[in-house]
Design a protein around this ligand. Structure first.
Ligand code: SF4
Length: 344
């Protein structure tokens, strides 16, 4: 069986080529073909001799994901990809085109174990962690299909990135490598449900990665109901970990808050949120709920969203309401995969 070299680090490329009696500069060239030019066919690697290319082909493969479906939104420059993994699992990624940047949102797990009540990704539970190459090639596949350079990465698709810590971090470092796509760490965001020990571990890495924490409720009683993870890590402990992260990484954090009509969107809860976040250098992202059949909650009216936002603004907490992008293509996390799992 051929060795898959997709997802290997520069050091691993060195070792691989050394074992073939090739010098270090050849390892760098191969790394650039795979991680910068995103080439998967050794025959196209023209600065290697024919003999070398044939040898590489007989030993190795550069695996890449099969694109199962692509949906282009009619209402916004957003494209959603469904990728099929070798074992038949599916994962989703989204490419969002903004005025000055191209942002790729990728998945880190097939399914999710955390079971937040309003999220389609948690419906089938966790199937498995994605391997590094499976996370990486979501970006590479979208880049191969794009005319502009992908400038930002958000680990915010299906799954909890910090529960697949090693593969997520390896992916981040490969994307950051100057002989690869060279995407700055500051342009990468890791979203977490509130996995306290892993937030602290990530803080110790010292990379200037932006952390986005899914909060969704300002008190434990409500958060317990919406997010089972809160039974393990209470809000106080979570925010303490966030403070540690901020003091070590020195970056403004994002708190994600999905607004659900008459569940967590009242003015008094907005005031509680203000009290909770006082003193934080942060930004709050309000996300009106994306409806799904399996959860009876719905998005609040525009007035309720604006009232909630105004309370945060009055307290000088930077806040935005997340632009609804690609609702026509079920761009909410997990919904395309769910359709595939249901055979729809
Ligand atoms: S919101 Fe995130 S952590 Fe919660 S179930 Fe969905 S994918 Fe998992």
């Amino acid at each position: 069986m051929k060795t898959n070299i997709q997802g290997l680090t520069a050091e691993e490329f060195d070792a691989l080529m050394k074992a073939q009696g090739e010098p270090a500069y050849r390892a760098r060239q191969l790394f650039q073909w795979v991680h910068q030019k995103l080439v998967t066919d050794f025959e196209a690697m023209t600065n290697f001799s024919k003999v070398q290319r044939e040898r590489f082909t007989s030993l190795w493969e550069v695996r890449h994901l099969g694109i199962e479906a692509v949906e282009q939104s009619k209402t916004s420059p957003t494209r959603k990809y469904l990728f099929k993994l070798p074992d038949g699992e599916g994962v989703e990624s989204v490419l969002m085109i903004f005025e000055n940047r191209l942002s790729a949102c990728v998945s880190t797990q097939a399914g999710c174990a955390y079971g937040c009540v309003f999220c389609a990704s948690g419906l089938f539970g966790l199937k498995r962690n994605l391997e590094c190459w499976e996370i990486l090639d979501q970006v590479y596949s979208m880049q191969r299909n794009a005319t502009e350079r992908i400038s930002n990465i958000v680990f915010m698709g299906t799954g909890e990135p910090l529960a697949n810590y090693d593969n997520t971090l390896k992916t981040i470092r490969l994307l950051n490598n100057p002989n690869g796509l060279g995407i700055g760490m500051r342009h990468m965001t890791v979203s977490t449900v509130g996995n306290v020990p892993m937030i602290l571990k990530l803080a110790d890495e010292g990379h200037p990665i932006r952390l986005a924490v899914s909060l969704h409720a300002p008190n434990d009683e409500l958060r317990d109901k919406l997010m089972p993870v809160n039974k393990k890590y209470k809000i106080g402990e979570l925010l303490e970990a966030c403070r540690t992260y901020q003091s070590k990484v020195k970056r403004r954090m994002t708190f994600e808050y999905t607004l659900i009509d008459n569940v967590n969107d009242s003015p008094s809860l907005a005031h509680q949120l203000v009290n909770l976040l006082r003193g934080f250098r942060c930004h709050v992202n309000l996300i009106p709920l994306n409806p799904m059949d399996e959860y009876k909650g719905k998005a609040p009216s525009r007035n309720r969203v604006m009232a909630f936002q105004a309370i945060l603004e009055e307290a000088r907490i930077p806040v935005t309401v997340r632009e609804e992008r690609g609702q026509d293509i079920t761009a909410a996390c997990g919904q395309l995969r769910r359709r595939m799992m249901k055979g729809a």
